[in-house]
Design a binder for this molecule. Sequence first.
Ligand code: NDP
Length: 503
Amino acid sequence: MPDTTGDIAASHKIPALCGNIIGGETYTQGDQIPVICPETEEVVTHAVEADDETLDLAIRTAQETFEQGEWSKASSDHRQKVLFRIADLIEKHQEELAWLETLNIGAPIRQSETRHVTRAVLNFRFFAEYCSQTSGDAYYQQPDYLTVVTREPVGVAALIGPWNAPIALTTMKIAGAIAFGNSCVVKPSEFSPLTAFRVTQLLLEAGLPEGVVNLVNGRGGSTGAALSSHDGIDRLSFTGGTATGRAIMSAAGKNLVPVTLELGGKSANIIFDDADYEQALDGSLLGIFSNNGQQCLAGSRILVQRSIFDRFVADFVSRTNNLRMGSSFDRRTEIGPLATKSHFNRVLSFADLAREEGCEILTGGRAADGYSSGYFFEPTVAVTPRNDLRICQEEIFGPFATIQVFDTPEDAWRIANESDFGLVSYVWTSSLETATTAHKAIKAGMVLINTPIVRELRAPFGGFKDSGVGSESGASCEAFYTEQKTTVIPMAKPTLPKLGSEA
Ligand code: NDP
């Protein structure tokens, strides 16, 4: 059995039970969902499923808190102070939160610390700064009238997050919603409730009024579906799979609730023969194997120009075979277990599919040897003959790279765009012309030239096509989590026609 304490102090506690936190109270009644460590396969705790009554209470509490106004009507200076305190508190608990995240989803501890929890801290700091800079508009083109446009918080935001990067993604939603004065109801994945539970406790400790953030646990098909179809919510922000996104959008649409959907991807990672070879190789490995391959923005379809194809494939496979797989609690580990058993089986099924579709699996494609427990899947590289195969079209969401050859830039853009998804694209080239053409030709929400992912919170992050609806950033969240109000004030007494004044 792997030692889950690893390099980290063993003093951190797993919550005895992840209850539902509503109005600052923790509710522990209800069905219990086991929380399983993907490395030991042990049940480490349970989450309490919110039934309809508990969900109603969470939404009512969020509404009442919003109406009462302690947060929704607070000055942005006050909100900023609390958001900074939250960021500081998360930072103070960085080691504990990273450990909980790794325990729950199997992300290598170094990545939990430096990417996931760091991002959570940044999310709150960013929105603390952003909310103090918000402004309205004034129009005075009609000389006797002043027209002002102000923004108001919308009310209650439902926030539904995935299991692959719970703390990083869910805190983006929470920070974005509460920065502008909203209340919210948060539902983490049933598979990964640990950090959401702990962060909700820290929000209260930091002085966020009770009832502003309410946490409900539960299965997607029950609690999640009930939340997204509830008529008490005013906005819904979702990150997860495309099929779930469709169901959520149609449920929310019945109540005319606007949604933001951050969905799946099958992103092209295009390497030209004039690229800085080592950078492209390093970036491609990071692009597919970070977070155990479970990332929406994975560069999972690697396209390599013909003249460097054989050399690149050989080097890529050799580096893949060299990846340090092991306990995610060891800071040297580069690849840990997949997050759940069902997901492991799903990723494994793609190896069979690749073989059936005539792809050549150069390495991996099966359960990793030498582990008495844990969902360890060998990092996999498959060379694929065509882009229209399911292996190149469906999101695998694991440490599973497909590699294809291309000849000309036009081929590369065509293959990159032959996808229902359009989340991200990576391009490696030293040619300015190729880089600027990529910028124009690729249909994706984000095009990264000569770099792995860099998340600039000021800039929108969202997908084209089946990868999403709307985006997340400072300005996008402000637009989404506020209503605009136009107020017209005459600056001189207007002359009004006197209806009904003549006999
Ligand atoms: P899912 O779509 O399965 O689940 C996401 C969330 O939705 C979970 O909280 C889930 O709960 C909940 N849910 C499931 N069914 C319903 C429903 N019918 N109504 C309401 N809520 C529901 O996604 P995964 O958790 O498997 O996450 C992986 C997916 O997320 C991948 O496709 C990935 O690409 C995408 N993703 C996109 C990102 C982006 O920014 N574009 C970032 C990260 C991931 P439960 O888990 O309890 O069933």
